[in-house]
Design a protein around this ligand. Sequence first.
Ligand code: NAD
Length: 427
Amino acid sequence: MAVDYKEPAPYRRGEPNPNESMMVRFDKACQLYGLDEGLYNYLKHPVKIIIVSIPVTMDNGKLEVFEGYRVIHDNILGPSKGGIRYAPDVDLDEVKALASWMTWKCAIANLPFGGAKGGVRCDPKKLSSRELELITRRYTVNMLEIFGPDSDVPAPDMNTDEQIMAWIMDTYSMHKKETVTGVVTGKPIVIGGSRGRREATGRGVMIATMAAMKTLEMDTTSCTAVIQGFGNVGSVSADLLNEKGIKIIAISDVSGGYYDPKGIDVKRAIEYVSTHKTLEGGDFGSPVTNEELLEIECDILVPAAKEDQITAHNADRIKAKLIVEGANGPISADADDIIAAKGTRVIPDILANSGGVIVSYFEWVQDRIGYFWDEDDVNARLNRMMTEAFDAVYNTAIKYDTTFRLGAYIYAIDKVSKVLKLRGIYG
Ligand code: NAD
């Protein structure tokens, strides 16, 4: 039976958004792959959605009620895995889309995980540390039957950090009457976190970039790169690419950017940001806006800030030969064809930034065996898994004569649907 892949996703809102972009690419990949209609419908929808109410007595004595979500997109390959974000505009549709993204990311990286995502609708900037802790603990209690090292393993995402993961682990452990470190990843190293986790996403971006350059026969000795976003992912990517001999000619954060064709001293910029929390006020080159920065002539562009930075409005002005998506969803689906027509190659987010979830997997493994690896060991394993994932995506893209992005989706869909068929449909 013909499948109507064009049926609108329930969360389409008219504007390009990362959720819609994900569904557009998923649909295209299913079409190219020729996925059976039943499996398409199975994989399109999450298996479980949990909505909870989180009452908290605020510092001013008033009772406020927050809404929290956890969406399990699937647990076909193993326990579901995915971060929890705290944001004022987080909603169920967004969490649903992000959960399915995790399914594809874990499948590409060959991790024994399904996909999930969580969220709490709150504004962390307006919350005290005590209020954040209460929200986190109550959210965790509401999820006691969902979370678990063998069922669903959360991690940090937007506005959630090591401390919040420590509170989740502690709350869960108190109720289980034993310390269960493997219930969550992204914890501080002293309580079961993994060495190398903080740098893992940026390191993965570097590994994917080097693999792509080798495949595309780009000369690494005379290459330039532009990095948008100078937080965890952007700064580590810039530093490690620089160590590989790539000249970083522009960097930026939310305050704006700098351009220096002679090359920016990345370590000095990292030091500056660790003191000032921003690039603003530094002297790293000529000032540029974030829009201008994206259009600078360079070999490699790493958008590592936020979603929808390259859209149909500016895609034809991008001059990079290779774009490596450090952020989730920095290129909207309406820009894909414009970029492909220019001959620009894109390493998609679900491959390029999977270093974070790969080392989260290492953390889960180390917690379960109770033996912790040194950083060289973590990095060597990350290097091997990222390189294997890159090769798998590349070979799939060649086989289907398509982009790396659709190759990545097809590889993931093939893997998950094959396992689903082997397991069969129970009931
Ligand atoms: P972060 O908060 O550490 O850094 C974000 C950076 O982007 C900051 O420098 C900020 O100033 C900058 N920024 C924000 N808005 C901007 C704008 N409009 N223009 C330019 N710069 C802007 O966050 P992060 O952990 O580095 O995450 C960055 C992206 O990578 C996000 O899309 C995130 O989902 C994705 N990601 C992160 C990880 C991880 O392990 N941290 C893993 C996978 C994907």
